[in-house]
Every structure is written in C-alpha cells, then in structure tokens.
Design a protein around this ligand. Sequence first.
Ligand SMILES: Nc1ncnc2c1ncn2[C@@H]1O[C@H](COP(=O)(O)OP(=O)(O)OP(=O)(O)O)[C@@H](O)[C@H]1O
Ligand SMILES: [Mg+2]
Length: 250
Amino acid sequence: MKLVLIKCGGSVLDELSSSFFESLKELKNDGYQLIFVHGGGPDINQQLEMHQIPRNFENGLRKTSAEALEIVEMVLAGKSNRKLTRKLDSYGFRAFGVNGSDGAFLHGDFIDKEHLGYVGHITEVNTDVLAMLLRENYTPVITPIAITNDGVKLNVNADFAAAAIAHALSVEHFLFVTDVKGIVIDEELIVQLDKEEIEGYISAEKITGGMVPKVKSCIAAIEKGLQSVRIVSGKEPFFVSGEWIGTEIN
Ligand SMILES: Nc1ncnc2c1ncn2[C@@H]1O[C@H](COP(=O)(O)OP(=O)(O)OP(=O)(O)O)[C@@H](O)[C@H]1O
Ligand SMILES: [Mg+2]
C-alpha cells in the first residue's frame, strides 16, 4: 500500500483551493492512499477568546490548562475535523474522522506538565485503526488528541502528531499543508533545504512561530528515515503532472 500522510494546517482549512484537491486527486490516480492529520489554530484561538481563556505559546507550542484542553478538543474534533472531512467528501474522498484518543489510538505523555500543562508528545501509534479504515478505502482524518496510560487526554501539536504517524506507517510521502507556499526567507521561497540550514534560520529568527514545530517535525521525520518530506500550500496546487511544488526538506 503506497501512503501519503498529509498534515493539514488549521491555518488553511478555510482556504483550501479546488486546485489543491486536484493535486490530491492526482496522487490518488497515481495509486496513493491518503491519510490526514489536521490542526485548528485559528478555530481554537477564536473559541478561547470567546471563553476569555488566555492563550500562550512557548516555542510554537500552545500552553494548555485543563480548562483550555476542553475547548481544544471540542474545537478540533467538533469543528476543524468536521470542516476537513466535509470538504474531502465533497471532492469524492471517503473521509472518516478519527479522534486520536479513541481506542487509545494515539498514546502520549506530558512534555513538561509544569510549564506547558496538558500538552503531549506521541509515545506510540496503534496503526490497527488506520489499517482497518484504509483497507475499506476510507481516508482517515485524524484529530491530534492523545491519551496517557492513565487515561488523561493531551493536546498534541498537529505537526508532531503527524510526524509520529508518518513514521509509524513508513509513508512514502509526508506533506505539511499550510497557508504559505513553503519556507520563505527574505521574501523568497526556498525550494530545498537541509537540517543545518534550518537550524541556522531558526537561530537567525528567520523561521519563527508555528513554522518552528513544523520544521522540527520535518527534521525528525528525515532522521527516522522518511524519504520525502515537504511543506506546501493548501491554497494552490502542490503536485502537477508528477512534479512537486513547495519546499522539500532533506
Ligand atoms: N520562514 C518562514 N517561512 C514561512 N512561514 C513562516 C516562516 N517563519 C514563520 N512562518 C509562519 O508560519 C506560519 C505557518 O505555521 P502555523 O502554525 O501558523 O500554521 P499551520 O501549522 O499550518 O496551522 P495549525 O497550527 O493551525 O495547524 C505561516 O503562516 C508563517 O506566518
Ligand atoms: Mg502550526
């Protein structure tokens, strides 16, 4: 089974273009099965604001109190996931929403409870659920909530969750779909870059905010042996006549 893992940013869920879905169709026609992990940054921010819960980030990670976690899960699973599954369905993909904590499918642990609160990293991925959906030709759409051995739910940065799942499934291609064309440095799209260059740009603060966990996830994926890792736009086509568009990390 040839797989493509696609992390779809919350930043772009409302702006996915028809040309983006054309690229997805081209991948399908080339024999790939698709798996999505989604974020939900803007939707979460809006709801936290409505509930007057402050939002704080540290190195691109959202600090998450118990109170905020409830909103995060409600929004991610109830709004962001629904948006993406509905859109995929409308383009003929048989989308099936899955919450990472269901059936302990995404196992996680606290990163730093004291400083970040209910924020986790993935310790184990139970791929049975995904195998079952893929076998039936569904397109899984995963909400990045993990669960600890003690049954505590954790907010996992969607980029990190996607990287863990991409690794567990040894996917052929791993894509980060976001609201920019790729990594842009001094107003120029960088078509290809490696770990050392990325570290330099982070130190120089030319890669910042939500792009930091994304490039870190890219590096982790490459180090774990994935061959094809890219950051692409959801507003434009990213794969046309077998050619990729965006930033390739290697
Ligand atoms: N060098 C860079 N090149 C491109 N974008 C960058 C760079 N440095 C920082 N960014 C920011 O990273 C953002 C993308 O990360 P962000 O976390 O906001 O989106 P996402 O991961 O797609 O969505 P979500 O976090 O909701 O899943 C861009 O919109 C841009 O503002
Ligand atoms: Mg992000």
